[in-house]
Design a binder for this molecule. Structure first.
Ligand code: 1CP
Length: 356
C-alpha cells in the first residue's frame, strides 16, 4: 500500500512462496496449505520436547519455540509455519496473572471487570517480549523461503478471557459489560487493540511475513453488535500494521453472518469456518479479499477417501471464486486426538489435486 512497506516485503526470502502469492491473489503452482494449531498436541514430538515445561514458560524459550514451530513444517510439508505462542502471551507480558491450565485453557487469576481494573492493561513494549523477537529471528533464518505467520488474539476474544476469567461458552459477563457498560467496554477493547497491535508489530519487525488476527469467539455476536462494539477495535489493529504491507488474515468460528464485516475491518484474507462454502463466503466478503479455509476438522476422523472427497469439494468451491486467492486450511484448529499421518496425507493431496 505505502511505498515504505514495499522494500520490507521484497526483502523476505518467502516473498514468492505459494502462500504469500495466494494472499496477494497472484497465480500459484499449487494451492498453499497450512493448519491452525498445526504445532502442538497432535504431535508426539511436541509432547516429547514440552515434557515438564508449563505452556507459557515454553513460549518464553526461543530455541524451544523454534523447534515446536518447525515440527509440523518438517512433518507435514505445509506451506507456512505459524509462530508457536498463545493469544494470552502479551497479557502475561504486561503483568496480567494468567496461566494456561492443561485441559482447560487460559485462566485469569483476577478478571478485568471494573474501570479500576483497566489500569492493569498498560501498553505492550517490545522490551516486554524479547523472547518473541529472538524466536522469530531464529525461525526466519531457518525457514528460508517458507513464510512465518505471526498472530495475536483480537480484542473481543481477549476481552472474553479477561472478563470471564477463563474459557466461556456463552460469554455472559462479557456481553453484560458490552451491553450494560458500553463506555467501559469501548475503553477495554481499545486498550486491547493497542496491546495486540504492538504484539503483531514485534513479530513483523522481527521478520514474520504475514499475520493472523484470531477472533475465535466473535461468532457469538449478531452483526449489529459486532459493527458497533467490536469492529472499531479490530479495525484499529489492522490499520496499525497496514504500513508494513504484509498480508493480514482475520479468522473466527461461527462467523458466517460476520464475514463481510470482518473483511471490512481491514483484512486482506478472510478465514472461513466449515459452515459456509467458500463460493458463498466470497460473495459475502467481496472479490478483493483472498479466502482461507475451510475443511471441517472432524472430517479428518473419517476414512481417507472421505477426507479427499471433502477436500476436493473445498478446492472446487474455491476454484469458482471470482478471486484467485485461496489458502487451504481447516475450518478451525487441529484437534489433539487427530492422526498426524492423516494431516500429512491431506497436505500431499491438496498439493497434487490443485497442481497447475
Ligand atoms: O499444554 C498445551 O499444549 C496447551 C495447549 C495449547 C497450545 C499448543 C494452548 C492452550 N495454546 C497453544 C498454542 C497456540 N495457541 C497456537 C500456536 C500453535 C499452532 O497454531 O500451531 C495458537 C495459534 C494459539 C492461539 C489461541 N489460543 C487461540 C486462537 C486459535 C483458535 O484455536 O481459535 C485461542 C482461542 C487460544 C486460547 C487457548 N490457549 C490454549 C487453549 C487450550 C486455548 C483454548 C481454550 C478455550 O477453549 O477457550
Amino acid at each position: 500500500e505505502t511505498t515504505a512497506a514495499q522494500p520490507a516485503a521484497h526483502r523476505s526470502a518467502a516473498y514468492d512462496s505459494a502462500f504469500l502469492r495466494a494472499c496477494r491473489h497472484e497465480p500459484v503452482p499449487h494451492t498453499p496449505v497450512w493448519f491452525m494449531r498445526q504445532a502442538g498436541r497432535s504431535l508426539p514430538e511436541y509432547h516429547k520436547v514440552r515434557e515438564g515445561i508449563p505452556m507459557l514458560d515454553s513460549c518464553m524459550r526461543p530455541e524451544l519455540v523454534k523447534e515446536i514451530t518447525l515440527q509440523p513444517v518438517r512433518r507435514h510439508k505445509v506451506d507456512a509455519a505459524i509462530f508457536f505462542s498463545d493469544i494470552v502471551v502479551p497479557l502475561k507480558a504486561i503483568g496480567i496473572d494468567v496461566d494456561i491450565k492443561a485441559g482447560i485453557g487460559p485462566v485469569i487469576a483476577d478478571p478485568i471487570r471494573t474501570r479500576a481494573d483497566l489500569q492493569r492493561l498498560r501498553p505492550l513494549e517490545p522490551d516486554d517480549v524479547p523472547y518473541v523477537t529472538e524466536a522469530v529471528g531464529l525461525l526466519v533464518d531457518e525457514l528460508g523461503s517458507t513464510p512465518l505467520i505471526g498472530f495475536a488474539g483480537a480484542p473481543f476474544t481477549l476481552a472474553s478471557y479477561l472478563i470471564e476469567g477463563g474459557p466461556s461458552k456463552n460469554h455472559e459477563r462479557t456481553k453484560a459489560m458490552m451491553y450494560g457498560e458500553p463506555e467501559l467496554w469501548a475503553e477495554l477493547v481499545d486498550r486491547l487493540a493497542v496491546i495486540t497491535s504492538a504484539f503483531l508489530k514485534v513479530q513483523i519487525e522481527a521478520g514474520a511475513s504475514a499475520v493472523q488476527l484470531f477472533d475465535s469467539w466473535v461468532g457469538s455476536l449478531a452483526p449489529d453488535d459486532y459493527r458497533r462494539s467490536v469492529m472499531p477495535a479490530s479495525t484499529k489493529v489492522f490499520e496499525s500494521v497496514a504500513e508494513y504491507g504484509v498480508p493480514r488474515i482475520h479468522f473466527g468460528v461461527g462467523t458466517g453472518e460476520l464475514l463481510g464485516l470482518m473483511g471490512k475491518a481491514g483484512a486482506d484474507v478472510v478465514g472461513v469456518d466449515w459452515r459456509v462454502p467458500l463460493d458463498v463466503a466470497s460473495s459475502r466478503v467481496g472479490a478483493d479479499k483472498a479466502l482461507q479455509g475451510n475443511l471441517d476438522p472432524a472430517v479428518l476422523f473419517g476414512p481417507t477417501k472421505v477426507v479427499e472427497t471433502k477436500a476436493r469439494e473445498v478446492l472446487h468451491a474455491a476454484s469458482s471464486l471470482s478471486t484467485s486467492g485461496h489458502i487451504f486450511n481447516l475450518g478451525h484448529g487441529v484437534l489433539p486426538s487427530m492422526d498426524p499421518d492423516a494431516l500429512s496425507r491431506l497436505v500431499a493431496f491438496v498439493h497434487e489435486a490443485s497442481a497447475r
